[in-house]
Ligand binder design. Structure first.
Ligand code: F6P
Length: 555
């Protein structure tokens, strides 16, 4: 049978019809239907999803569930959980769920139960991080290693940074991190190198080189730079005590000069952007907080894995979120999505989701290689509230329509109560979390403004059309467990989107062209610097800019 595209399915066409009906309705009216609102609220393991402010009704949801069936969503989820090679262009399983599986679970990839392998590495991390934290593993001069620099980029950086930033202010996690620092070095920009080592002493610093392939140009250059930083200060033999690695490529780790005993493995069935729960995140985070805290983070992710696998579509948080994203992108034609956590601790969540979402779903062909006649993926961006309100919310309220994810937390990590004030800082923050979705949905009409005696020439400027969709996720708190839940919700949501669109969400060929062109430029720069040869092989524009760059003393 020749491959088909989901847009040819009758269920897709049905939704095309439904969106025209929905466009004639205003969210103000949709929100007045309490039964509709009730049906658009689900709860699982302390997390509430309210999607009543989506430009959709019960009929839309029914049709989206039918679309999911037409796209064989359940079968695709099962294939993922069963370790089939659903990443067909790289001929790999997609098993990040195995990274947080219970010790006695059985998950196969290529006929092998991978769970014992996962737990073997977890045990090794537990043991190593405990030795470093307790001071039984010391540096070359006998001092305990209290600071860690994790060197890595993309999926080997953004997820761990998000989790670290979220846990930093969690009182339980912070207690275990006392006297320790975790820093990240991602960018090859020498400024990032300077930032990462400023104030640190090589004698008390452990460098963790994190790279799935161990070939990423930026990471390898940064790793060489920090290797030199350590060996210049402490001698070459100090590397054995001050540098460890996380990679799937243990051969290259050894060639780099890191003792294979100090390497923490993961596997090609873990995509880079889905690797936070592997040693990529678990090692640096366990060094900072201790493994027992990070185990709770893994438990939270596993809770969502179980929910995603076993819950019917209408109660399944990642499935609902994924279907609504498809609805917004493919039927409403909204190109972007704003991720708006009302939590400073989640300030690195949107940057992480940018990669997970845009590298996964920014594709132009189906999984069978057929050019798609519809757009996939959304442009993700975001900032914590209320900061974002004082930045880009103007556009969201009166300019372009951008579906918003509002993420709120019931219990603050750090509540503050000012004497004489009843509303706490957290209440103030959350007042905005509750208000913004309604401001977007209801807007403000010219009639309302007139009744408030607003000057007539200002009425067009002060009118809010409303009818702008959002959804709200309310978490009970922001413990390590909840952070794990949030991560897994978004990972699975993004997979659902890709499964419906019929694309491969687990490869990333689109990042390769730029990398290979950069390597040609690098070669030319080297040649010119060594032999003074003029730049050649590029177009006029690049040649001119490169020559100007070389004229200055930038080396
Ligand atoms: O350039 C994109 C990418 O390949 C990501 O997919 C990946 O997360 C990142 O580079 C880093 O790769 P590695 O972990 O192999 O260094």
């Amino acid at each position: 049978m020749s491959p088909t595209l989901i847009c040819d399915a009758v269920e897709w066409q049905e939704l095309k019809g439904n969106v025209e009906e929905i466009k004639r309705k205003h969210l103000r009216d949709l929100m007045a239907d309490v039964e509709r609102c009730k049906s658009m609220m689900v709860e699982y393991d302390g997390i509430i999803l309210d999607y009543s402010r989506q430009c959709a009704d019960q009929a839309t949801m029914e049709k989206l569930f039918k679309l999911a069936e037409a796209a064989h969503l359940t079968e695709k989820i099962n294939r993922m959980y069963n370790g089939e090679h659903i990443n067909s262009t790289e001929d790999r399983s997609v098993l990040h769920i195995a990274l947080r599986a219970a010790r006695d679970s059985v998950i196969h990839s290529d006929g092998r139960n991978v769970v014992p392998d996962v737990w073997h590495v977890i045990e090794k991390i537990n043991d190593f991080s405990e030795r470093v934290r307790s001071g039984s593993w010391v540096g070359a001069t006998g001092k305990p290693l209290k600071d860690v620099i994790a060197v890595g980029i993309g999926g080997s950086f953004l997820g761990p940074l998000f989790v670290h930033t979220a846990l930093q202010t969690d009182p339980e996690a912070a207690e275990f991190a006392k006297g320790r620092q975790l820093r990240f070095l991602a960018n090859v920009d020498p400024v990032d190198v300077a930032r990462s080592i400023t104030g640190l002493n090589p004698e008390t610093t452990l460098v963790v080189v994190v790279s799935k392939t161990f070939t990423t140009a930026e990471t390898m250059l940064n790793a060489r730079t920090l290797r030199e930083w350590i060996s210049d200060a402490l001698g070459r033999q100090a590397i054995a005590k001050h540098m460890v690695a996380v990679s799937t490529n243990l051969k290259l780790v050894e060639q780099f000069g890191i003792d294979p005993n100090n390497a923490f493995a993961f596997w090609d069935w873990v995509g880079g952007r889905y690797s936070v729960c592997s040693a990529v995140g678990v090692l640096p985070l366990s060094l900072q907080y201790g493994f027992p805290i990070i185990e709770k983070f893994l438990d939270g992710a596993r809770s969502i894995d179980d929910h995603f696998y076993s819950t019917s579509f209408d109660k399944n948080i990642p499935v609902l979120l994924g279907l609504l994203s498809v609805w917004n992108v493919s039927f409403h034609g909204f190109p972007a999505r704003a991720i708006l956590p009302y939590s400073q601790a989640l300030e690195k969540f949107a940057p992480h989701i940018q990669q997970v979402s845009m590298e996964s779903n920014g594709k132009g062909v189906s999984i069978d290689g057929i050019p798609l006649p519809f757009e996939t993926g959304e442009i993700d961006f975001g900032e914590p509230g209320t900061n974002g309100q004082h930045s880009f919310y103007q556009l969201i309220h009166q300019g372009r329509v951008i579906p918003c994810d509002f993420i709120g937390v019931v219990k603050s990590q750090r509540p503050v109560y000012l004497k004489g004030e009843i509303v706490s800082n957290h209440d103030e923050l959350m007042s905005n979390f509750f208000a913004q979705p309604d401001a977007l949905a209801y807007g403000k009409s010219p009639e309302q403004l007139q009744s408030e005696n607003v000057a007539s020439h200002l009425i067009p400027h002060k009118t809010f059309s409303g009818n702008r969709p959002s959804l709200s996720l309310l978490l009970p708190s922001l413990s390590a467990y909840n952070v794990g839940q949030l991560l897994a919700i978004y990972e699975h949501r993004i997979a659902v989107e890709g499964f419906i669109w019929g694309i491969n969400s687990f490869d990333q060929w689109g990042v390769e062209l730029g990398k290979s062109l950069a390597s040609q430029v690098r070669k030319q720069l080297n040649l010119s610097r060594i032999s003074g040869k003029p730049i050649e092989g590029f177009n006029f524009s690049t040649t001119t800019l490169l020559s100007r760059y070389l004229q200055a003393d930038t080396g």
